[in-house]
Design a protein around this ligand. Sequence first.
Ligand code: ZN
Length: 506
Amino acid sequence: MAPTWILIFSLLAGHYVEDPRYHTTQEVFAYLDSVARAFPEITRLETLAYTQRFHQPVLLLTVTDHPREVEPEPTLLFTGSIHAEELLGTEVLMAFLDSLLQGYGRNPLLTHAVDSLEIQVLPLWNVDGHDIVMSLQDTSWRKNLRDNDGDDELDLENRCDGVDLNRNFGYRWDAASPDTCSSYYRGPAPFSEPEAAGVRDLCERMHHILALHYHSPALSQGEIVYTPYSSTPEFPLFYDLAIGLAHHIPNDAGTGTYQALYGGEDPGKARNWQYATLGTFAYDVEICSYRVQVPGWEVDTIVNHNLQGLFWLLDRVLHGPALWLEVREAYTGRRVDPMEVTILELDTRPDMPRRSVREGSGFLYRFLDPGTYRVEVRPQWWLPPETLQVTVGTEGAHVVFEIPPKLNQPIVWPTVTRQGPVEVVWTNSIGMRQPIALYLVDASGRRLWGLERTLEPGGYHWTVPLASLPRGVYFLWFRTFPRRVDWNLYPPSFQASYKIVKLGGP
Ligand SMILES: [Zn+2]
């Protein structure tokens, strides 16, 4: 309980937000600009959107090594102050950025994180709303500043301007409030607000594996980590992660930690849209136990508690358990984006979110519990899917899946005739020797005929003898290009392509 004189002093002094401990928009922007200049080799500053009302930039700072390249690295998103009056998220993320940048090259965990992850931080999402709060026009303003009635006035007192950006996302948007004067107004259409659409575009580009959105409790319970909705077999996984995070953030009272809660199918929220659309493990963290703003002298403690959770989370992502899957071309080493990667034990429901990868990364990361999984990879449209047996240990599994290089001249499949021989024409066009194998097998997989060679570049022509075979279904297997599958072992294996040869009458 605070002494009475402090309460009186606070009332006389106005609002907590006047405390210089809280960053204004100008201060946040000046900081982002200065560190982008000071750390060009590990940062990238970009504008995701311009705000609805006053066209101010919504700035994202990415911290990673090689910030101007696409690398096979997990991508993470952290956002603060989507709700204008919930200022603490901005403070946590400003401190988080500072830790990463100052700790790079000094602190082993943070250095590893910057080198191995792509960490995207949006410390101040609702820029126009932030100005309303910080200028004391309305310290409990929540929405952005869309001019709902088009009268060119700022309708703050009746709250009839503005859209709740965290009701403007496309997940169950219909179920959110259509009342323009509500503080929870969903907006005229999903993603009608540039602040929300800019983050949607970022998410669709980056395919974040994880996202934290920082809030503070205006009315609801505080010191909570909320999961996204789920009715999928993956739920225990992302609930465990929420518990891990929550239990590493000490609560304000010093009596324990934050708690994890199932977040439900709340409409229009960023976290649910991210999970439903991209499979991102997206959480809302409600900072602080009892209110959206606290006196400036309490901020550092709350920030430091939340940093403990963030550092735990980085360590968890870096060390697994998880699956790191890279798909590459044999010989050239070029990264290939897989068409589809399905974990047969988990992705069992049609309502499971789609998993895809950041364009050009050739890389998929998935949180997994230790165990053995069947991972079906459809590498490219021109190759059949293959199922890998992957054992995930406590440190996870790193799998490299190699596919044949795209040939200048593709494999020419045989012309099949009923009685005559099958002709196989093939060109080694990759400019170096490569092993091939050509087999004729029956329906039970028994090899009836075959040849194995290591061949110089050039054109080849083989005849597969079929004349003496009884009627039936046969498979012609053509194998080339060593494929390496690494997890604990490195079993040499061959990439297989096949064509069904059907002989006999209908
Ligand atoms: Zn909020």
